[in-house]
Design a protein around this ligand. Structure first.
Ligand code: NIG
Ligand code: FE
Length: 411
């Protein structure tokens, strides 16, 4: 089946020579084509050209997209979108001066979300979570990673991951799952953090892998959560069971998470609000994708990940939403794109590459999505917004996506 889109005002994010990722100065460049046609064959990009220069290819179906621009599907590589409800009361506590860490230390935060999720009916949790995923897709996200981590006991972690898999079977977007049992220490292990780590190693991780429910393993390695030593043990055990590592690191302090990510060969190290020269040097000697989560910095009023220093060091850099009920209740990567520019001083093109190709790379999906390249999944979205590469992050707070196509099919 060959489908042809004609009279497209502009196509952005084209790769003639596909790269696995963009680093340093390369991130400021995006390939665009004006007054174009785009050919999709069997759900994959098959070619493109200029309306008045290149002859139109034959197709089974042809659609005119006059006045619309096209961007590749966005990749949200870090979400916690399966949750029971927002933590509005904690938000009000923070508005009055309490900090995220104080609330967590008093048994709120992630533990509050876990208590709610454990008692929530699986069907209702599925419906709510699916609804959120559909909103993410409507905003142009065509690949979404979903973490567990609000169960914190075997049956509830499995419940979350089964729901994530079920969502993956019921939407056309690409869904990847991550086991985050080491997100916080649950009340039944209070004061016995090492015992909880053993419990994850001996019971939870084998159960998750036994059912094939996770594509990656993640640990919240930070002040007040899991130590670098505990994290490394967990990630090494996961690797033996075939799960690559992703990691929450350096959100609250410098606690060795970046170094652990490098030793464990993690695919990404996410957050990095607190990093220094040592961490940047460590990233330079690794294959770890640094990932910034500006929605968290905005909502918690904490420092932003130093994107300019990371990119200035010649590194690649990705951005994700961290969509969750406590620290980053944002589902739109368009908003993340805007925050990346306004708050982290990334150029619109850099932040765009950070939520498309580099984000795909952080999930090792750069060969199938993240840009418009021959043979990649035809994941893309259309917009009526002219000059989309600048105007989408500029006019923040509205959804610029008109139609979203997942593997060549309109959502
Ligand atoms: O990435 N930092 C750890 N985990 C989430 C927060 C989850 C929550 O507060 O519910 C994050 O910010
Ligand atoms: Fe997170």
């Amino acid at each position: 089946m060959r489908k042809l889109f004609t009279h497209i005002a502009a196509i952005h994010g084209i790769e003639n020579n596909p790269q696995p990722m963009l680093k340093g100065e390369e991130m400021a460049h995006v390939n665009s084509l004006k007054n174009a046609w785009l050919l999709i064959e069997d759900g994959k990009f098959a070619g493109w050209g200029t309306m008045d220069l290149d002859p139109l290819p034959t197709a089974d179906d042809s659609v005119s997209l006059t006045g619309l621009e096209i961007l590749p599907g966005l990749v949200d590589s870090h979400t916690h979108c399966i949750f029971a409800e927002p933590r509005s009361a904690e938000w009000e506590m923070r508005l009055k001066g309490a900090t995220y860490e104080e609330i967590a230390a008093a048994g709120g935060g992630i533990l509050n979300s876990a208590a709610k999720l454990r008692s929530m009916d699986e069907e209702w949790l599925y419906e709510q979570s699916l609804w959120r995923v559909q909103r993410m897709i409507e905003h142009g996200s065509t690949t979404i990673e979903i973490k567990s981590g609000y169960g914190l006991r075997t049956e509830s972690e499995l419940k979350m991951l089964r729901i994530a898999r079920r969502i993956g079977q019921n939407v056309n977007a690409t869904i990847k799952t991550t086991f985050l049992g080491a997100h916080a220490v649950p009340p039944e292990f209070k004061g016995r953090q090492d015992d909880y780590v053993e419990h994850i190693l001996n019971e939870m991780l084998p159960a998750v892998c036994g059912e094939g429910l996770a594509d990656h393993m993640d640990v919240f390695c930070d002040r007040g959560f899991f130590t670098a030593e505990q994290t490394l043990r967990l990630l090494e055990a996961a690797a033996k069971l075939g799960l690559p590592a992703k990691i929450h690191a350096n959100e609250l302090g410098i606690t060795g998470g970046v170094q652990v990510a490098a030793s464990a060969g993690a695919w990404s190290a996410d957050h990095l609000e607190h990093i220094g020269d040592e961490e940047i040097e460590c990233l330079r000697n690794s294959e770890v994708m640094p990932v910034g989560l500006p929605g968290t910095s905005y909502f918690l009023d904490i420092p932003y990940t130093p994107a300019r220093e990371i990119i200035g060091a010649g590194l690649p850099f990705a951005l994700a939403s961290d969509f969750n009920p406590g620290s980053s209740p944002v589902c739109s990567l368009q908003m993340v794109w805007s925050l990346g520019c306004s708050r982290m001083k990334m150029l619109p093109a850099e932040a765009f590459n950070a939520i498309s190709l580099n984000a795909a790379r952080s999930l090792r999906l750069e060969n199938t999505t993240g840009s418009i390249a021959v043979g990649k999944q035809a994941d893309f979205w259309t917009t009526e917004t002219r000059n989309a590469l600048q105007s989408v992050p500029y006019f923040f707070g509205v959804n610029h996506a008109k139609d979203v196509y997942l593997k060549g099919t309109k959502n």
